[in-house]
Design a protein. Structure first.
Length: 126
């Protein structure tokens, strides 16, 4: 199976050696999306960062030829446990009720102190 490497023009270009996503067969593996804007700035509040991450996931998935409704699995990394409830509230709004992907959520530090979360996923191509 040939691999296709995806880099979206709609989100911040990677500054480290990774692709936004890699297509393999009928699957798309999306690298961790962080809430960094094109100008490398980051919103100060969790809600804005979460929406930025979900918008980034949508852009990468669209470029790969799929969408959030075909996401199979997500991994959510939160920096602060207290953001868990708000993350679920926002996350839920991006998926059809009862059709949520499998998910793991962990609390851990990230590469930059101003980043409050990161999400990666695996999706199926139509």
């Amino acid at each position: 199976m040939p691999l296709e490497f995806i880099v979206s023009d709609e989100i911040t270009p990677p500054q480290v050696p990774l692709s936004h996503a890699v297509k393999c067969g009928n699957l798309v593996f999306v690298s961790g999306v962080h809430p960094m804007r094109q100008d490398r700035s980051v919103a100060p509040d969790f809600r804005s960062q979460m929406i930025q991450v979900m918008t980034g996931l949508q852009a990468i998935l669209a470029q790969a030829g799929t969408s959030l409704d075909r996401v199979i699995k997500t991994n959510v990394i939160l920096v602060r446990t207290e953001d868990y409830r708000e993350m679920n509230e926002i996350y839920r709004s991006y998926f059809a009720a009862g059709r949520y992907p499998a998910r793991t959520t962990i609390v851990a530090g990230l590469a930059r102190e101003d980043l409050l979360l990161e999400i990666e996923c695996v999706a199926e191509l139509p």
